[in-house]
Design a protein around this ligand. Structure first.
Ligand code: FMN
Length: 214
């Protein structure tokens, strides 16, 4: 128990204690995905409660990756300023805060130009109604993750967390049930999430953004 209150480091991020608030979608963002006072108040409350590390709710990296209305977004530079006050206030209370970045893939609410969500394969099952992403769409999405991480850093976040769970895009690429891509895609090395994660991770290292995986 005592250890919970001891200082620690995660990927060079120094934490006052080992209490971590897991990413939790609150549905309070503005329609354009920007941060606001309600979310700021909630994060400051957590920081006042001495949570060592706060992870934001998942923020979409591009329009095709949006999962819900009320979700945080980090898909454009104009959003950076909306986060600055929140991050500063959290830091003032002694907590660290990282942003969780995500793409909903085949579960996205926003459709692509041709009217379908984007996923690892053509799917019409349960929550997944999507078409197979092209290689150039995959490459662009890796860039969008990287640019989002760079924006989070500019806003003052201490790092980013890549959302690889809950049936969203990275998780879809990991699943043999949802990812039915053939050998030809292997040539482009984009058949699995691990390659994605390596791509985003190495880009983020170049941008000096700290990355935590979930
Ligand atoms: C309302 C709600 C929203 C959540 N939003 C996210 C999210 O945005 N990103 C994420 O990775 N996990 C999300 N989760 C999962 C939580 O972070 C957590 O992993 C999960 O609730 C299990 O934690 P527990 O074992 O302490 O209950 C959410 C959970 C709930 C209940």
């Amino acid at each position: 128990m005592k250890q919970l209150f001891e200082k620690t480091k995660i990927n060079q991020i120094e934490l006052e204690n080992r209490f971590v608030r897991s990413a939790t979608w609150e549905g309070l963002a503005k329609p354009d995905g920007s941060c606001n006072d309600k979310i700021t108040d909630m994060m400051v409350e957590l920081a006042k409660g001495q949570v060592g590390l706060i992870i934001s709710s998942h923020a979409f990296v591009n329009q095709a990756g949006r999962a819900h209305i009320g979700q945080l977004g980090i898909y454009d530079d104009f959003l950076i300023d909306s986060y600055r006050k929140m991050v500063e206030k959290v830091h003032d209370e002694g907590s660290k805060i990282i942003m969780q970045i995500t793409h909903a893939g085949g579960r996205a609410m926003i459709e692509s130009k041709d009217g379908k969500a984007l996923g690892p394969s053509d799917l019409e099952i349960k929550k997944y109604h999507c078409r197979k992403m092209t290689i150039s769409e995959i490459k662009q999405t890796v860039i969008d993750f990287t640019n989002s991480a760079r924006r989070a850093k500019k806003a003052g976040f201490d790092g980013v967390q890549l959302h690889g769970a809950h049936g969203f895009l990275l998780n879809q690429f990991l699943s043999p049930f949802l990812n039915k891509r053939k050998m030809i895609d292997l040539l482009f090395a984009y058949n699995s999430s691990s390659i994605w994660i390596k791509g985003v991770n190495s880009n983020c290292q170049r941008e000096k953004v700290r990355v935590i995986l979930f």
